[in-house]
Design a protein around this ligand. Structure first.
Ligand SMILES: Nc1ncnc2c1ncn2[C@@H]1O[C@H](COP(=O)(O)OP(=O)(O)O)[C@@H](O)[C@H]1O
Ligand SMILES: CC(=O)OP(=O)(O)O
Ligand SMILES: [Mg+2]
Length: 402
């Protein structure tokens, strides 16, 4: 069975095509700058040269059409026909309280994803565009959705409630949901395998540090707390998102600057974080480069980012009354040696005996970056949300066939 996995963003679509029978990736790639006349398709078929194309792609249906076209292209393709795609699995960021696991797409499911638009305004509307675009191009192919929130549905009430009037939870479902669950779950399982210990006996702090970033406290394989909240804005400082702040700032700034709700939300989601403090970029690579060149604002942005991350690791260690291993994953967590070094060196009090040499070596592979005998181990585990989505989709499609 071949499964196409799609992670649709507002201006991008990332995809990966799996052959589930032998667990291989047939191709992966992305379309970026959707909505512009110079959109980019980058296609990486396995065993063949990469393929780039700049094209006018104004909306998601065309983007998905281009992806399907390149998958069956005589030269760059990996399939003879799109009828060889048996199912499509989508990442969906917000599943609210309705979805505790992955499901096949139905009209009811789509209605619920739409109802949750308000809670994940950067993500859910784009996912819905992805689902509709697949329907338009391949009406008969089953689709499944895999939610970022599902893994965190195990959080206890003391972790998921906000200390505000309970009516807000009862009437409007105002609570903490948490995100990146697919990744936190995957790296927890991989960490247990790497350590050669049962997941059921481990206390882990998993740090998914990408463009969006979150930490999770994973005890016995269950998420017991996580840093993102009702929306993916809470918690750590991110590329363009503020993370935690005093909620009184919101009405204060709205009054002082005469901002609307939409404007203040955009400020905190799209114009804060690394971007705002550095004045340079939301991309950690550029921050690290500028910091190395002595740029003061980039240094401050880096210091705030790593300081806030270290505080969360400390908090989650306290939440679980201990930690066996800390795991770094996602774009920044997997690739930024500087970030890992600064965070780990500030955790020596916990028993983290950082290994600078190991930290520098072996990009793209699972590794340990603490010395032999370190009381708390620190691991780098590349995440693979797409593979988890493909597996869940596979299971659902097989079950539906009976
Ligand atoms: N070598 C690197 N050093 C530091 N940061 C990196 C490096 N490579 C990638 N990144 C960071 O990873 C981020 C993207 O992470 P990713 O997990 O792909 O995010 P998302 O899935 O949210 O788009 C980029 O914004 C960039 O800052
Ligand atoms: C939930 C979330 O923040 O996702 P991403 O990191 O892909 O933006
Ligand atoms: Mg991501």
């Amino acid at each position: 069975m071949n499964i196409l996995v799609i992670n649709a963003g507002s201006s991008s679509v990332k995809y990966q095509l799996f052959n589930m029978d032998n667990a291989t990736v047939l191709a992966k790639g992305r379309v970026e700058r959707i909505g512009m006349d110079s959109a980019i398709l980058l296609h990486e078929p396995s065993g063949k040269p990469d393929f780039h194309k700049v094209d006018e792609i104004l909306e998601h249906t065309t983007a998905i059409r281009r992806v399907l076209d390149v998958l069956v292209h005589p030269e760059h393709g990996v399939l003879a026909s799109t009828s060889e795609i048996d199912a499509v699995g989508h990442r969906v960021v917000h599943g609210g309280e309705s979805f505790k696991s992955s499901v096949l797409v139905t009209d009811e499911v789509k209605k619920e994803i739409r109802r949750l638009f308000d809670l994940a305004p950067l993500h859910n509307p784009a996912h819905m565009l992805g689902i509709s675009a697949v329907e338009a191009n391949m009406p008969d192919v089953p689709q499944a959705v895999v939610f970022d929130t599902a893994f965190h549905q195990s959080m206890p009430a003391k972790a998921y409630l906000y200390p505000v009037p309970m009516a807000l939870y009862r009437k409007h479902k105002v609570r903490r949901y948490g995100f990146h669950g697919t990744s936190h779950k995957y790296v927890s399982e991989r960490a247990a395998a790497f350590l050669g210990r049962p997941l059921a006996q481990l206390k882990l702090v998993t740090c998914h540090i990408g463009n969006g970033a979150s930490c999770a406290a994973v005890q016995g394989g269950q998420s017991v707390d996580t840093s993102m909240g009702m929306t993916p804005l809470e918690g750590l400082m991110m590329g363009t998102r503020s993370g935690d702040l005093d909620p009184a700032i919101v009405p204060y700034v709205m009054g002082k600057e005469d901002l609307t709700i939409g404007e203040v939300s955009s400020m905190l989601n799209k114009h804060s974080g690394l971007q705002a403090i550095s004045g340079i970029s939301s991309d950690m690579r550029e921050i690290v480069e500028a910091r190395e060149a002595g740029d003061k604002n980039a240094t401050l942005a880096f210091d705030m980012y790593t300081y806030r991350l270290r505080k969360y690791i400390g908090a989650y260690t306290a939440a679980m009354n201990g930690v066996d291993a800390i795991v770094f994953t996602a774009g920044v967590g997997e690739n930024s040696e500087a970030l890992r070094q600064v965070v780990c060196e500030g955790l020596s009090f916990l028993g983290v005996d950082f290994d600078a040499e190991a930290n520098r070596q072996g990009r793209g592979m699972e590794k340990r970056i603490t010395k032999e005998g370190s009381r708390v181990e620190v691991l780098v585990i590349p995440t693979n949300e797409e593979w988890v989505i493909a597996q869940d989709t596979y299971g659902l499609v097989l079950a539906a066939k009976g």
